[in-house]
Design a binder for this molecule. Structure first.
Ligand SMILES: *Cc1c(COP(=O)(O)O)cnc(C)c1O
Length: 359
């Protein structure tokens, strides 16, 4: 019997690459700092299931960045981070107040309800995806009888799914409403870094110092291949969360490869640089298309997203030129910029949009 060669046979790669597109910040690859950290973590053996030095180092990097001894858990994606975090804050008869645009409501296939064994999402109408203290107050007080799920948690998305950023004062006002009604506050921070970059504030100021109890901090859209972190600012809320992750299939056996990317992001300041670049590109795009007739910017470009209102005909022409964008979120064409966005390519999009808008 022939033995297999130890190295793969050399062959030409035939996988095509895509020219930069702005349909999603998930189209971008892995940033160099993350790639380097993963390569370093790949040297030799390490303990499994999070008992390794990279996981300890990443957890410490979060504690340093957030200036507090938070509990840190690393999971594969944002749906798991959000739904497991919410499940850990709720009993099955509880309710979670969220905005009608929120990812937990519109894009997680019922995972928050599934992992919490039935906690109900209490969906509030919103502008630009933002919850208000008034809507929290309304949900918290509208029913006191036993027939309605008991409100227990408020979840806000920072920045929102439609690209708006809550100011620190807005987060504080929401947290005050939560305290008044005995509710916990969860933040979906799939693009948390973009919010910090937009506000120029520290992660601590935007979370526990403003009353946030649990944060899901997104790594994937910030320049990692895979990975989100769940941070509990009150350790009492984190009890047994490791079991919940394992049961849900979210405990990485080779955890060092979920942890090293965070070391590469946090210790070098890359998390903030990547986000600031993406935000700047969104602002640049918004500025460039401002004067174009027949189109309008649908929401303020506060983070790394720009939504464009245009008739179907214009959007079809743009698709015909090979551009990709989503129209199922926020009711307009979404353009989303990432850590690697090339402004020359954005100029091509601007040119095509201008020409398509002229007919
Ligand atoms: C992308 C995103 C998530 C995470 O989605 P996954 O695909 O599960 O990683 C969560 N919340 C918001 C607001 C997002 O945009």
């Amino acid at each position: 019997m022939e033995t297999m060669p130890l190295t793969a046979p050399a062959h030409e790669t035939t996988v095509p690459t895509l020219a930069q597109q702005y349909a999603s910040d998930n189209y971008a690859g892995v940033c160099p700092e993350v790639w380097a950290a993963m390569q370093e973590a790949n040297a030799g053996h390490a303990l499994a299931y999070g008992d390794d030095a990279w996981t300890a180092r990443a957890s410490d990097a979060f504690r340093t960045l957030f200036e507090t001894a938070c509990e840190v858990f690393l999971v594969f994606n944002g749906t798991a981070a959000n739904s497991l975090a919410l499940a850990s804050l709720c009993q099955s008869y509880h309710g979670v107040i969220c905005s009608d645009e929120s990812h937990v409501e519109t894009d997680e296939c019922g995972a928050p309800e599934f992992f919490s064994n039935g906690s109900k999402l209490l969906v509030a109408p919103s502008t630009c995806g933002k919850l208000t203290p008034a809507s929290i107050h309304e949900f918290a007080t509208k029913r006191k009888d036993i027939h309605y799920p008991k409100p227990r948690v408020v979840t806000i998305t920072q920045p929102t799914e439609t690209g708006c950023v809550y100011t620190i004062d807005e987060v504080k006002a929401i947290s005050a409403a939560c305290k008044e009604h005995g509710l916990l506050l969860h933040m979906d921070g799939a693009r948390f870094a973009n919010a910090c970059a937009a506000l120029g504030c520290t992660p601590a100021e935007l979370t526990w110092k403003a009353g946030v109890d649990v944060l899901c901090f997104g790594g994937t859209k910030n320049g990692m291949a895979v990975g989100e972190a769940v941070l509990f600012f009150d350790p009492a809320l984190a009890v047994d969360f490791d079991y919940r992750c394992k049961q849900a299939g979210q405990l990485a056996s080779k955890m060092r490869f979920l942890a090293a990317p965070w070391v590469g992001m946090l210790e070098t300041g890359t998390w903030l640089r990547n986000a600031a670049h993406a935000n700047q590109c969104a602002r640049y795009f918004a500025d460039q298309i401002k004067g174009i007739a027949n189109i309008a910017i649908a929401s303020p470009a506060q983070a790394n997203t720009v939504f464009v209102n245009a008739c179907d005909e214009i959007l079809e022409r743009l698709t015909g030129r090979g551009w990709r964008f989503y129209t199922f979120i926020g009711g307009a064409a979404r353009f989303m910029f990432a850590w690697d966005t090339d402004l020359k390519r954005v100029d091509e999009l601007v040119r095509d949009l201008r020409e398509c808008a002229q007919g």
